[in-house]
Design a protein around this ligand. Structure first.
Ligand code: CAA
Length: 396
């Protein structure tokens, strides 16, 4: 039973992802979370399934699938293990998409192909310790020196940066004014073997604990000039355009987390007896479950409508932000309600919902906070005021 008109192929992919995730990820997710342990075998297993090249055309060794198939698979992975989902989301929607859309053929041959096959893991390095929401305020400098650029600075909050083979990093090539903003930023294809590249501080996080998040130190890191992605000065635009896709992935991840919490809460409600009967018989619990399921279905419907617009080649900045905003706030609310239904048992690690709650929180923060999503949506709709079609419902 589904509201959405999935194709047979999409259903097959969803089934494959679900079987894999429930068989191989769900049984060890709590243990990996407890030990904050990243399983490198995950990369190999995801690549064997083709899940690290889903959106890359076959010409570049990917599967050339549609966004809907990818998001369905991602949701299934997130239901089982949200940390595994962030790896799949970041790799598929940020570094690979940047190389596909803005790289040249030599870069695609050298990096995108092995990334699509899952032989190289990709990461994304935009943020810095002092540049989060204001991403254009980044300070890492890239100075041209003959046939190299020399990069100096610290990148922050790099998901799976410990194990990444290719990191798409943004740095400032316009040295004239450190607050020149977006226009002075370029993107570079970094690899850990470059002199001056090192992995720095590893964060001790509340959730997504088996997904290592690190700083990357660039200490006069010498980067061959042919590692510049696209044009100098366009790197910030490339990053934001890629985040339009990335945010769809985070929405799918959040929906997966919320669904895991709903499934756990509904099961618990049928098993837990109070006042002589299963708490699922009480209307107050039924109302909670009904609201949780309604919000999850609404979030998924918004997400897949945005994905369909992307497939039609439309600009999805506003809808991608809406999908992320709504899905991640849904995940936070649903996981909180799931704990409430479990009562005290929801607050301890014997049950999975406290993990889902901790995992949900960061979805409201990374790839743009909820506040940034609201800014993106509001700017877009205010720009449309004079058109008379503020929410984009009347025209294509
Ligand atoms: N697609 C393409 N271009 C875009 C764009 C988009 N979605 N959004 C903006 N641009 C362009 C603009 O048109 C502008 O170009 P012009 O000047 O030529 O017109 C340029 O980019 C700069 O845009 P803004 O003037 O809007 O820039 P701003 O400084 O006001 O910032 C912002 C906008 C929305 C606040 C942006 O900084 C932002 O999204 N911040 C949040 C950053 C973020 O999401 N970080 C997450 C990092 S990844 C992560 O979390 C870790 C991980 O590994 C998962």
């Amino acid at each position: 039973m589904s509201l959405l008109p999935y194709t047979e192929l999409q259903r097959d992919i969803q089934r494959t992802a679900r079987e894999f995730a429930q068989r191989e990820l769900a049984p060890i997710a709590a243990e990996l979370d407890r030990e904050a342990r990243f399983e490198h075998a995950l990369v190999k297993r995801l690549s064997e399934l083709g899940f690290l090249g889903m959106l890359i055309p076959e010409q570049w060794d990917g599967l050339g699938l549609d966004a809907g198939s990818y998001l369905l698979a991602l949701e299934e992975i997130a239901v089982a293990d949200a940390s595994a989902a962030v790896l799949m989301s970041v790799h598929n929607s940020l570094p690979t998409q940047m190389l596909l859309h803005y790289g040249n053929d030599a870069q695609r041959e050298q990096f995108l192909k092995p990334m699509a096959r899952g032989e190289m893991l990709g990461a994304f390095a935009l943020s810095e310790p002092d540049a989060g929401s204001d991403a254009a305020g980044l300070r890492t400098q890239a100075v041209r020196d003959g046939d190299h650029y020399v990069l100096t600075g610290t990148k922050a909050w790099v998901s799976h940066g410990t194990h990444a083979d290719v990191i798409l990093a943004m740095a400032r090539t316009d040295a004239s004014d450190a607050r020149a903003g977006a226009k002075g930023i370029s993107t570079f294809v970094l690899t850990p073997d470059l002199p001056g590249f090192s992995v720095g501080k590893k964060e001790d996080k509340m959730g997504l604990r088996s997904s290592p998040t690190v700083q990357i130190n660039l200490d006069a890191c010498r980067v061959p000039a042919d590692r510049l992605l696209g044009e100098e000065g366009r790197g910030f635009m490339y990053a934001l355009a890629s985040l339009d896709h990335g945010r769809l992935g985070i929405a799918a991840q959040a929906i997966g987390i919320a669904r895991a919490a709903l499934e756990a809460a509904a099961k618990y409600a049928t098993e837990r007896k109070q006042f002589g009967e299963a708490i699922a018989n009480f209307q107050i619990i039924q109302f909670k479950l009904a609201d949780m399921a309604t919000r999850i279905t609404a979030a998924r419907t918004l997400l897949h409508a945005a994905a369909a617009a992307k497939e039609r080649g439309e600009r999805v900045t506003r809808f991608s932000s809406m999908a992320k905003l709504f899905a991640t706030e849904t995940a936070m609310w649903v996981t909180s309600e799931a704990i409430q239904i479990h009562g005290g048992y929801g607050y301890v690690t014997d049950y999975p919902v406290e993990r889902h709650f901790r995992d949900a929180k960061v979805t409201e923060i990374y790839e743009g906070t909820s506040e940034i999503q609201r800014i993106v949506i509001a700017r877009d709709l205010l720009a449309a005021v004079s058109s008379g079609d503020i929410d984009g419902h009347l025209t294509d």
